[in-house]
Design a binder for this molecule. Structure first.
Ligand code: MLT
Ligand code: ZN
Length: 484
């Protein structure tokens, strides 16, 4: 258990950080004490907003001395309550948003060094200004920060070719739980000096220290892209199409996103200015993006030829390739609006699962049938990153569901879905992390050897338990607690 911050500690922090770096005004704090989905409501005595690594180091040292907990926060777009303090009010909120400098950007070395508070969209712009790009993107790119993306090992809609953050972070600077600074920003391709602390900090959700900057891999800018909206009969056909496109255009396929008819209907109903790209009705769609760098031949001809072949052999029912950038953006808007449309439509038990890519189509269809049979009136609307085996297997509440469905029946639905995915050898958190929301489920279903190792690592690096307590690492009794 951490301690409440004393008046003396608060005064010392205020002196060290100055008026821009310290606030205990409840109006300043309020927007940052609630998670993006409005499921978690926390409390904190103050919000600390350091502007440098030295300031972060002093904050952590002061807090470690008094055993006071810190909750690091970036853009506050965690899907699992990972950056929201608990309700007790004994933790301090550590906002990284003022540390927003691009420290360096090199087209020759193909790397950028960005501080934790740099917003993803700004990194995209900075990379484009030197003829490069940072190849990870997601719906929250206008607010998600580099520190948050590293700390959650973010995925998104472009993982197929370049992987998650883990594959894109070449160096890290972080403040460890005793206030010491771990500087490993050099982009070394080979480094065998022992345990890889960088990889340990990626995806640690701030439980092992505070990421203050990262060296990120850049790749050649996009020369041309082809974006197609494709109608098909089943997830199996979608996977067959992915294999066909792999053979025809290989690495060029960077996004392969599955959208069921119900998800498209939700977007068309709730998001203004949207229209269906194809005329007929199809049970399933995929949004595919194929990209070629400046110097490579345009993939459009091969891509179009492969789609026509898929149509001829019945893998695909219909398809349209965007004729302009505006149309490509309109296709992407349909995909990126699914969560927003879902939220407007009513309650759902949300899941972020993965199984092996080749087994996902069958898993999805069979699991959906089992869920709908076991929980009459529910509808499964699974969508997302089929190309990398990660689907948001969301289960919509029955239309006559009572208020509080998510916190009651929804929890039983979640346990049922997680049991199915665990039995299939998959993961209950493919890209959103564990945060607070998945903690008890990780405790219930996680591999005991892995959980014991996680607890041991946490205890070794953060013996006072001050770094983002109550997130990611289940305590021994967490399995008994409610899922909410
Ligand atoms: C997405 O892929 O759209 C998000 O990760 C899913 C979500 O908002 O649940
Ligand atoms: Zn996603």
């Amino acid at each position: 258990m951490s301690n409440h911050p004393s008046p003396a500690l608060l005064a010392a922090l205020r002196d060290r950080l100055g008026p821009k770096g310290f606030s205990s005004d409840s109006a300043d704090l309020a927007p940052w004490l609630e998670d993006w989905r409005r499921r978690y409501h926390g409390a904190a005595a103050a919000m600390l907003s350091p502007a440098s690594t030295d300031e972060v180091s002093d904050i952590v040292r002061f807090c470690a001395d008094e055993g006071v907990a810190l909750v690091p926060q970036g853009g506050n777009t965690s899907m699992v309550g990972g950056a929201t303090p608990g309700p007790e009010g004994d933790a301090l909120l550590l906002s990284m948003r003022r540390m927003n400098k691009m420290r360096s950007l090199s087209a020759d070395a193909n790397v950028a060094v960005a501080e934790a508070g740099v917003i993803l969209a700004h990194l995209h712009d900075a990379a484009a200004s030197v003829g490069r790009r940072f190849p990870l993107s997601l719906g929250a790119r206008g607010s998600a920060t580099i520190g948050g993306l590293v700390s959650t090992n973010a995925g998104g809609t472009q993982v197929l070719r370049f992987g998650t953050m883990r594959g894109l972070v070449e160096g890290i600077e972080a403040v460890l739980p005793d206030g010491s600074v771990f500087n490993s920003l050099a982009a070394l391709k080979k480094d065998n000096r022992g345990y890889d602390l960088r990889q340990l900090l990626i995806g640690a959700e701030g439980t092992l220290g505070v990421v203050t900057a990262a060296t990120l891999r850049l790749v050649p800018a996009v020369g041309s892209r082809s974006v197609a909206w494709i109608g098909l009969a089943s997830p199996e056909k979608a996977l067959a199409l992915l294999r066909l496109l792999d053979n025809a255009v290989g690495d060029a396929v960077e996004s392969f996103e599955l959208v069921p008819r119900q998800a498209l209907d939700l977007v068309l109903r709730h998001v203004s200015g949207t229209r269906a790209p194809l005329q007929g009705t199809h049970e399933w769609h995929v949004l595919v993006e194929a990209v070629a760098p400046m110097v490579a031949p345009d993939p459009e001809k091969e891509f179009g030829r492969a789609l026509r072949a898929a149509l001829a052999i019945g893998v695909v029912e219909d398809a349209v390739i965007a004729a302009s950038e505006a149309q490509a953006e309109a296709f992407w808007r349909l995909r990126d609006s699914i969560s927003e449309a879902e939220k407007k439509d009513g309650p759902a038990a949300k899941h972020d699962i993965s199984v092996e890519v080749s087994t996902m189509p069958r898993f999805m269809v069979e699991a959906a049938a089992e869920v709908e049979r076991r929980f009459p009136g529910t509808r499964v609307v699974p969508f997302g990153h089929l190309g990398d085996g990660n689907v948001h297997f969301n289960v919509r509440a029955p239309t006559d569901a009572a208020a509080g469905w998510i916190e009651n029946e929804g929890l039983a639905v979640t346990a049922f879905v997680h049991d199915l995915v665990t039995a299939a050898g998959g993961s209950i958190s493919a890209e959103h992390g564990i945060g607070q929301m998945r903690l008890s489920e990780l405790a219930r279903l996680g591999d005991p050897a892995r959980l014991a190792a996680m607890r041991a690592i946490k205890k070794a690096l953060d013996p006072k338990g001050i770094m983002n307590p109550g997130k990611l690492v289940p305590a021994l009794d967490d399995a008994q607690e409610s899922l909410a």
